[in-house]
Design a protein around this ligand. Sequence first.
Ligand SMILES: [Zn+2]
Length: 169
Amino acid sequence: MGMPAKDMTGLRIGRLTVLHRDESSRPGHIRWLCQCDCGALTVKQGGALRLGGSRRPVQSCGCLIKEIARKRVSTTKIAFKHGMTDSLEHRTWSHMRARVRHLPQYTKRGMHQPWYDDFRIFYQYLIETIGPHPGPGWTIDRINNAAGYFPDNIRWLTTDANRRRKKKS
Ligand SMILES: [Zn+2]
């Protein structure tokens, strides 16, 4: 700081066009009124509009981030349309989440957050470590009953074996 503020009027950064310096600017904290391609007006800090280190400059009023998030959700939906929602793995995942959400003894032990948030991450773990669902008559089991659904704490177990284990503990 201390240097005279660079005039950014007219610059384009992503979807933003800098219109003029905002009246709320204070020395060292120059703010700029920008017009986004979506039509929204937005005030941004000068620093946020410039490249700095590993930080990427702000590129929109916020509509770009929302679009990316929306696209991600629809990609998930597409993947499910291709049959994953009917799979045994997906059913297992739904049941795990339901237990964690509704049954206190599961809620307190928890579930690995990325698994909870995204079926594909859980599915990838299965494929890479304990394998796909072995078929009807098998269930997901927590190796250490005192812990929740976390990496290294799940395995496939036959429903019978699981029942016997539950009775003992
Ligand atoms: Zn926008």
